[in-house]
Design a protein around this ligand. Structure first.
Ligand code: ADP
Length: 301
């Protein structure tokens, strides 16, 4: 098969591993820089141009679209879908997953455990908003944040009020969330491929930090997850419509709660923590599922 990876750089660990795994299984794998793709969106025969040439003959595309280029990246991916190329994750699902608020609303509707979370616009409602999520300590999150940046722990009501006021004053959207103290600075990353949890790791925040992101200095190790955590992760990926997803779960007193569903999960942490060939499993998923025009949505929202 011919597989294209949409990625900014072929030297990135996940991209490199996917190339390796695809070639090892006898496929031709091209890395295409997402931001160098351009297209005539009004043409009857949808095409993508890349460095002066028309992209042709691709059977499947693996989107590795960074958060900072979601808009352009999903437009390029949608164009591949219009051409009938099989996407590992569909553009609609990626767009949905990148919107934390929308994701939570969809997950909640399907009864998936979430931390109690509030969203408000007016500074006049801060007092009630804090009460609604159970008071301090609480976590305040920028809607556009990733890798733990823009996630703040407010220990007291006063701290919460002033941080929320500051963010609202700057006109940025924030979520206000119950702090899951009992998680002890750890979360569980479940890697879901094709409706199954294929690997899981526990990430522990470094001393004095509550965010367990590896980018924030957290460390990862193997963990055995419970059947409830397994089904939560599988259902969360399914609700988002993602074939490949990294589902982050906290162990709370009220059961597993999902904090994030990632549509381009990094492979380095999970492959080194578990010793598993996750890249190979993604290629295997493509082998089993890639057929022309085999998308649920073809870009329809
Ligand atoms: P990002 O998308 O920036 O990674 P997350 O919402 O995943 O933001 O939060 C980053 C980390 O902070 C999580 O992996 C988790 O360790 C910690 N965290 C997030 N929300 C909570 C919460 N409500 N209670 C306790 N810890 C949290």
């Amino acid at each position: 098969m011919r597989i294209a990876i949409l990625s900014r750089k072929r030297s990135l660990y996940s991209t490199r591993r996917l190339v390796e795994a695809g070639e090892a299984r006898g496929h031709r794998v091209d890395v295409i820089d997402t931001l160098r793709c351009y297209m005539n969106v009004a043409s009857h025969r949808p095409e993508i141009h890349y460095r002066g040439e028309v992209v042709q003959g691709i059977d499947a595309v693996i989107p590795r679209i960074g958060a900072s280029i979601t808009f352009y990246g999903t437009a390029v991916l949608r164009q591949f879908e219009m051409m009938g190329v099989f996407p590992v994750n569909e553009s609609v699902a990626i767009t949905r997953a990148r919107d934390k608020l929308c994701s939570m609303q969809l997950l909640s509707r399907q009864g998936i455990g979430l931390p109690v979370t509030g969203f408000a616009h007016s500074p006049d409602d801060i007092d009630d908003l804090i009460k609604m999520v159970g008071g301090a300590p609480l976590v305040i999150k920028l809607l556009e944040g990733t890798q733990g940046i823009g996630v703040v722990l407010a220990e007291t009501k006063q701290a919460a009020e002033s941080v929320i006021q500051a963010f609202l004053g700057l006109r940025v959207n924030i979520l206000v969330q119950e702090f899951i103290r009992e998680a002890g600075g750890a979360d569980i990353r479940c890697l879901v491929i094709g409706g199954k949890v294929v690997a899981a790791m526990r990430r522990q925040a470094r001393e004095g930090e509550f965010r367990s992101n590896l980018h924030r200095g957290g460390s990862a190790n193997l963990i055995k997850i419970t059947p409830e955590e397994r089904s939560t992760a599988v259902r969360a990926a399914q609700v988002m419509g993602l074939n490949v997803a990294g589902v982050d779960i906290l162990r709370s007193n009220h059961g597993p709660v999902v904090v994030e569903v990632n549509s381009s999960p990094g492979l380095e942490g999970i492959e080194s923590a578990t010793g598993k060939d996750i890249a190979g499993m993604i290629i295997e998923f493509i082998e089993k599922n890639a057929r022309p025009n085999h998308t649920r949505t073809r870009g329809r929202g």
